[in-house]
Design a binder for this molecule. Structure first.
Ligand SMILES: C[C@H](O)[C@H](O)[C@H]1CNC2=NC(N)=NC(=O)C2=N1
Length: 156
C-alpha cells in the first residue's frame, strides 16, 4: 500500500497529459499509415509505373541490332572507329595518364547515364574501347551513340 501513496503514484493530471501525448503519437502513426496506403492505391502510384514503362519502351526501342550495312554507313561518320570482332573498336591516345583517366571518368558518367557500358582497357596514356550491346547480342544505336560521345570528349 505504501507504493500507492500520494508521494509515489503519478498525479492524475500527469497521467492524463501523458495519455494525450501518447494518443497524439498514435494518431500521427495512424495518419501516416493511411497516407502511405492511399499513395499505394491512387493514380499517382500508377503514373510512376507508367513512366517506368515509357522509359523502358524508350530504352527497348534503341536496342535493335544493326545490319552490317547500317554499321558500315555509321562508321563513315565516326572518326577513328572500326568494326573488330563484331564490336565497335577504337584506340585513343592522350598526352598523359591523367588525361586518359580524365577521359575515362567523363565517359563513365555518360555511360552510366545511358545505362550502357563500354569494354575498355587503359595502359598509361592509351584507352582502348570496344562497344557492343550484350543484351541485344550485337551492335546497336546505343554503341554508335556512346562512340560519338567518346569522340566528343576526347576532342575537348
Ligand atoms: C540492366 C542494364 O541496363 C543492362 O544490363 C545494360 C547495362 N549495360 C550494358 N552495356 C552494354 N554495353 N551492353 C548491354 O547490353 C548493357 N546492358
Amino acid at each position: 500500500m505504501e507504493y500507492y501513496s500520494n508521494f509515489c503514484y503519478p498525479k492524475k493530471e500527469y497521467v492524463i497529459r501523458n495519455y494525450r501525448k501518447n494518443m497524439k503519437g498514435f494518431l500521427l502513426v495512424l495518419i501516416v499509415s493511411v497516407m502511405i496506403l492511399i499513395s499505394e492505391i491512387t493514380p499517382f502510384h500508377h503514373s510512376s509505373s507508367l513512366m517506368a514503362a515509357v522509359n523502358n519502351e524508350m530504352v527497348m526501342s534503341n536496342v535493335n541490332v544493326l545490319s552490317a550495312d547500317e554499321v558500315k554507313n555509321a562508321l563513315n561518320q565516326l572518326d577513328g572507329w572500326t568494326e573488330k570482332e563484331g564490336k565497335l573498336h577504337r584506340e585513343f591516345q592522350f598526352n598523359s595518364f591523367v588525361e586518359a583517366f580524365g577521359f575515362m571518368s567523363s565517359l563513365a558518367l555518360v555511360a552510366e547515364s545511358m545505362g550502357h557500358h563500354p569494354e575498355w582497357c587503359n595502359v598509361y596514356n592509351r584507352v582502348t574501347i570496344d562497344l557492343t550491346s550484350h543484351d541485344a547480342g550485337g551492335i546497336t544505336n546505343k554503341d554508335l551513340e556512346l562512340a560519338q560521345k567518346a569522340n566528343e570528349l576526347a576532342n575537348q
